[in-house]
Design a protein around this ligand. Structure first.
Ligand code: XMP
Length: 512
């Protein structure tokens, strides 16, 4: 197994993902993790991530010394390379020549890291994102590749099996990057590459049994892939020691609540409490227009209702959550200033602390597509596994401005028509998320002989790998035309349909 030390880069999670794709188990931990924990993990290799910080400042994060002392291979990426150099006796300096985006890498030496991809004299595209750069190498290191902006773009110390790259091998814009990381974990660290989802499932089931013993577990179900997979996995491990709570906030899509109940209660026979709390939620959201207030209100009520139901069940010792790796990473904080909150996604953050229960989080180490693989391994219906992500606050953030039952009904119908058309056209799986938004704008139209004055519906569809960046989906205009006609014909209350051509950044996926 491989340990990844996180210095706060936006793309650290992608390193973990590439390592797993190479069939090797890995974990990401903050750079300042306790030395004993690192020793106990006994990694066969360590990868140091990038960082928004600068090695040249005194309070820039540093790797704990145990990393250099464990006698295992180390790969430093970007900031990881710089701190490795700085900590081992080299030098890093700020530079006028910042490199962002695609860069041309020239290979100056053969290196085990490059096996099967690059050879001396070759050249390839890599992705760079740095201001500082290494200016003097520590003893024992030599340069193996250079770029215009980085004379030490890749370095190696073959004796100590330490390597550093200034570019980012974990992102897709470095086409050879996945192979480089696979070389590191297989050839250099000697990991076997036999980690599979079936192995994960079995290991997780015994972990859950061991953790829970004869205790009782409650799990919040949202209808999404993550909580569903978590619930089925836990049920497989401990059977009816698990009870699921499904808080229906009245902001779900068409037919969603019924599907959750049918799948869990009727199909899987998992004890399920279904609480219809739509009156409470919609009542409290009455007149609320600010997106952050909507999120906070929904988060607060969710916790309140969940707690009420948990009390009624009584006697549970554990709270299960479908927390994924990206959530874990996002909530890792480290010295060096807060990052900006664009949207407060962790809408039910605080639930575990309040309930004072121990957590069961069997998906903590997985990415979304890995959760889907696990879902298949567990035999969940394909339809559930393929589902696009859906935000916790639901349709509340797809009705910009004031939310009313009438608007929600209109939106639900339009959204269902849109998703149905996408599904029938065979496009559902190409898209990360597709949904309708009901704009707080009415426009004039003409239907039959009459004038209409109805809402505008915006359609959104994006491709993405992780939700952090996204591109709008390039539908054929004729397809959009057909969907617009269907929505206007089938949904009373909408007389105009527009398509959103914004990518993220600068837009976000949701409209609020
Ligand atoms: P944005 O709109 O920030 O969305 O580009 C990125 C991803 O996060 C989802 N999203 C949320 N999920 N609670 C959630 O659980 C939220 O408040 C929330 N806001 C956005 C969004 O659907 C997309 O997948």
């Amino acid at each position: 197994r491989i340990l990844i030390l996180d210095f706060g880069s936006q793309v650290t999670q992608l390193i973990a993902r590439r390592v797993r794709e190479a069939g090797v188990y890995c974990e990401v931990v903050p750079f300042n993790t306790d030395t004993q924990r690192i020793a106990d993990f006994a990694p066969k290799g360590v990868i140091l991530s990038g960082s928004p910080h600068s090695v040249t400042t005194v309070d820039g994060p540093r790797a704990p010394d145990i990393v250099w002392e464990m006698q295992v291979p180390v790969l430093g990426i970007c900031y990881g390379q710089q701190t490795m150099c700085a900590q081992l006796g080299g030098e890093v300096a700020g530079s006028d020549h910042r490199e962002f985006g695609r860069a041309q890498l020239n290979i100056t030496e053969d290196c085990q890291l490059f096996d099967g991809v690059w050879a001396k004299g070759g050249s390839d595209q890599v992705w760079m994102s740095h201001g500082d750069r290494v200016v003097r190498l520590p003893d024992g290191f030599h340069v193996v590749a250079i770029s215009d902006g980085a004379p030490f773009a890749a370095i190696a110390n073959d004796t100590r099996r330490m390597y550093g790259v200034q570019f980012h091998p974990e992102v897709v814009h470095t086409p050879a990057g996945a192979k480089l990381l696979s070389n590191f974990v297989h050839q250099i660290c000697g990991c076997k590459g036999d980690w599979t989802m079936a192995a994960f499932r079995d290991a997780e089931i015994s972990k859950i049994r061991h953790q829970v013993g004869s205790g009782r577990v409650i799990c919040g179900l949202s209808g999404g892939v993550d909580s569903s997979v978590a619930a089925v996995l836990i049920h497989e491990a401990i059977g009816d020691q698990l009870t699921c709570i499904f808080v229906d906030h009245g902001l779900l899509r068409q037919g969603e609540a019924e599907q959750v109940v049918a799948l869990f209660r009727d199909h899987y026979n998992i004890p399920l409490v279904h609480r219809d709390a739509s009156d409470l939620f919609l009542g409290q959201l009455d007149g609320v227009t600010d997106p952050e207030v909507k999120r906070k209100t929904i988060g607060r009520l969710f916790i309140q209702v969940f707690e009420e139901e948990a009390k009624k069940i009584g006697g549970a010792d554990f709270l299960a959550q479908g927390t994924l790796y990206p959530d874990v990473i996002e909530s890792v904080s480290f010295t060096g200033g807060p990052s900006v909150t664009i949207k407060s996604h962790h809408n039910v953050g605080g639930l575990p602390e309040r309930m004072n229960m121990k957590l069961v989080e069997p998906l903590r180490e997985l990415f979304k597509d890995e959760v889907r693989k696990l879902g298949r391994e567990l035999g969940l219906p394909e339809k559930m596994i393929r589902r696009h992500p859906f935000p916790g606050p639901g349709l509340a953030i797809r009705v910009p401005g004031e939310i009313t039952r009438e608007k929600l009904d209109i939106l639900r119908k339009a959204d269902a028509v849109y998703l149905d058309a996408i599904d029938k056209a065979g496009l559902y799986d190409e898209i990360w998320q597709a949904f309708a938004v009901l704009l707080p704008v009415k426009t004039v139209g003409v239907m039959g002989d009459g004038r209409t004055y109805d809402y505008v519906c915006a359609l959104r569809a994006v491709t993405s790998t992780d939700g952090m960046t996204a591109d709008f989906y390039p539908f054929e205009p004729a397809f959009l035309g057909r969907v617009a006609t269907r929505i206007i014909n089938e949904v009373k209350g909408i007389n105009r349909v527009v398509y959103d051509y914004t990518s993220k950044p600068p837009g976000t996926i949701e409209w609020e």
